[in-house]
Design a protein around this ligand. Structure first.
Ligand code: HEC
Length: 156
């Protein structure tokens, strides 16, 4: 199944870095092969700025998973050493633009789950920032990923 992210409002700096990594092949996205080849650095900043200005349309979270997802998102999991997502991605999922941490609120649950598994499995490259996320994701179980992905999709 193809899983596409929403890009609206996820953070200009973050999006720019992803575009650079996708263009260079560091973050291989089959569907985007070649699409960015003719774009200059300025074009990539312009694209990132454009998408960042669009408004995110938030989804509907599955109520059965919201409580677990919210507890993890806000407080992490002390027992397994999972850091609270809110600390970096902000309590309402808006991210942290100066730090280049992406907004998560309203992102599709399937995409979020896939990214968390990719970080956990070491399959999502992207330098120091991806390493931060790989460390967080390495401690997440499948059921925690499911709950978090669902919670985030309804967050705003
Ligand atoms: C210490 C800071 C930090 C914490 C804590 C953290 N993240 Fe992240 N997260 C990041 C950074 C930095 C990135 C960007 C990584 C990259 O460039 O690939 C990121 C990226 C992501 C992405 C990819 C977004 C996209 O658009 O592709 C997801 C999903 C995500 N984080 C979810 C979570 C969840 C869920 C938690 C809590 C379990 C969490 N993060 C905790 C810093 C953090």
């Amino acid at each position: 199944m193809a899983v596409y992210p929403k890009l609206s409002g996820i953070g200009e700096k973050y999006l720019y870095r992803q575009l650079v990594d996708i263009k260079s092949g560091d973050r291989p996205i089959a569907e985007m092969t070649g699409l960015l080849d003719n774009m200059s650095d300025q074009d990539l900043w312009d694209l990132a700025a454009y998408y960042n200005e669009q408004e995110m349309v938030v989804g509907q979270a599955d109520p059965d998973l919201v409580e677990q997802g919210q507890a993890l998102y806000r407080g992490g999991n002390m027992a397994s050493g999972v850091a609270a997502c809110a600390g970096c991605h902000s309590p309402n999922g808006a991210g942290n633009e100066p730090a280049g941490y992406p907004a998560l609120g309203g992102q599709t649950a399937d995409y979020v789950a896939e990214q968390l598994k990719a970080y956990r499995d070491g399959e999502r490259a992207g330098g120091a920032n991806a390493a931060i996320m790989a460390d967080v994701a390495s401690k997440l179980s499948d059921s925690e990923i499911e709950a978090l992905a669902n919670y985030v999709s309804g967050l705003n």
